[in-house]
Design a protein around this ligand. Structure first.
Ligand code: GAP
Length: 446
């Protein structure tokens, strides 16, 4: 088990205090398990999503992007099996507290409420899709659903993408976007919410190559988290038992992270076989297959799907980065985020708010902001400002002092080692860019 000091409460407190994540509708008492991302949260989550896009698009040439609608044709959910089968078994307390629980999260055969001891109802299937009506007149409108996963928007566009992208299997379609699930028991901060962002990629392969690509994507996705700084001993791959498999899957593995709540799913990698394209083909009447000109073979590709959550990954990066350490007899809280993910790359801090230091500070911000996300801060003691930057995970603090006015050099303070180095202002963009691009491993690994 982790010997970390981090707890979910500390992450919730820090992200609220420093402006990463706020509870939704707080002035109205909050809307259970729903969160708004604030300035630093937006920057951090955007960096997570950009790192995902980079791995999927920029670093290879066999995957294309898609951004499909949240409201898909209702038949999509009939074909995918979501209308009939995207359910969780719900039981309700018939006693005092009337709470609802997922039957599969209770002990087997449990008949009494774990909170008040009241009798529990029989389980019933509860569909997790949010339903709404399309069109101005409620009763006359068509029932549509907020998508519970981004994947189906990819499958229904398979033919369009195949015709326009000049790709052939093996190739993938990647998508990032919001999904919605009316979870019975959301919780643990942004780990499980009813509105969340997914990063999904459907990789279409000749069916006989599916096992090989399944192994490939399990490893590639595991490595992605390690490259972005998650400690490998806090990550594991867990293959699902046959009785855990979804109806469409002939193999699924979870990448799990050791959250403060214990080992929990971060991302799922599934071998979906030909299930999805076959279903959409049958329900739409369109042939969703690939014709290989060379072999003259016609086949329905199998699908390997790495499906990640942007909010859940952001939470894992926050948890992994959180540290408290003794510095000069004081405890500092610091987010040791991978520099690529850090919301702000450099903060420019004049030592004093006089003697021309603020003016030079602003000049440096203008010099740097074309290259990276920077921030200027002149308020409060320098110690307080360093602490603030440590808590938002800023890798470098650039301090303007009296010497700067004499020789146009500044100090660059390293968040992780606390080492300070003197650098010429003109050389700063190159110096920082070089350090930000250098290989990085979590200092928590020792
Ligand atoms: N297309 C397959 C699919 O959606 P999933 O395992 O249900 O698979 C994939 O979801 C990922 O989406 C999960 O590993 C998780 O990171 C994220 N996710 C799923 N439900 C979530 C929720 N209620 N809140 C936050 N993230 C969620």
């Amino acid at each position: 088990m982790a010997s970390d000091t981090v707890t979910m409460d500390k992450i919730v407190a820090l992200t609220k205090r420093r402006g990463f994540i706020f509870p939704t509708g707080e002035i109205y008492g909050g809307l259970g398990s729903t969160y708004d991302f604030a300035h630093y949260g937006v920057l951090l989550k955007t960096n997570v999503k950009n790192a995902w896009w980079q791995a999927m698009l920029q670093e290879r040439d066999d995957i294309v992007a898609l951004d499909s609608a949240i409201l898909q044709h209702p038949k999509t959910w009939e074909a995918s099996g979501h209308l009939a089968g995207f359910t969780d078994p719900l039981v309700q307390c018939l006693g005092e507290c009337k709470r609802r629980f997922r039957a599969d999260h209770l002990d087997e055969g449990q008949t009494t409420c774990p909170v008040c001891g009241g009798e529990l109802s029989e389980p019933r299937d509860f569909n997790l899709m949010f339903e709404t009506t399309m069109g101005p007149v409620k009763d006359a409108g068509a029932t549509v659903y907020l998508r519970p996963e981004t994947a189906q928007g990819i499958f229904v566009n398979f033919k369009n993408v195949l015709q326009t992208s000049r790709k052939k299997p093996p190739f993938g379609i990647a998508q990032v976007g919001k999904s919605f699930r009316n979870e019975i028991t959301p919780g643990n901060f942004v780990f499980r919410t009813r509105e969340f962002e997914q990063m999904e990629m459907e990789f279409f392969v000749p069916p006989d190559e599916a096992p090989r690509w399944y192994d490939y994507w399990k490893q590639a996705r595991f490595d992605w988290y390690v490259e972005l700084g998650l400690r490998p001993d806090h990550l594991r791959l867990r293959e699902h038992d046959p009785d855990e498999l979804s109806h469409y899957s002939s193999g699924t593995a979870d990448i799990e992270y050791l959250f403060p709540i214990g080992w929990s799913e971060l991302e799922g990698i599934a071998n979906r076989g030909t299930f999805d394209l076959t279903q959409h083909s049958q329900h739409s009447g369109e042939k969703l297959e690939y014709f290989d000109q060379q072999t003259k073979e016609r086949y329905i590709p199998a699908v390997i799907e790495p499906a990640a959550g942007a909010d859940r990954a952001t939470l894992a990066f926050l948890v992994d980065a959180y540290d408290e350490e003794e510095v000069n007899g004081e405890t500092r809280t610091v987010l040791k985020l991978h520099p690529r993910l850090a919301p702000v790359k450099a903060a420019v801090l004049p030592l004093v708010r006089k003697d021309g230091q603020p003016e030079v500070g602003r000049e440096i911000v203008d010099l740097l902001r074309r290259h990276m996300q920077v921030e200027y801060d002149e308020g409060g003691s320098i110690g307080k400002r360093y602490r603030r930057q440590d808590e938002i995970g800023t890798p470098y603090c650039v301090t303007v002092d009296h010497q700067t006015l004499e020789d146009r050099t500044v100090t660059v303070r390293d968040r992780d080692t606390l080492a300070q180095e003197r650098v010429a202002i003109d050389a700063l963009p190159g110096h920082l860019a070089g350090r930000l691009a250098a290989p990085w491993r979590s200092p928590k690994l020792g």
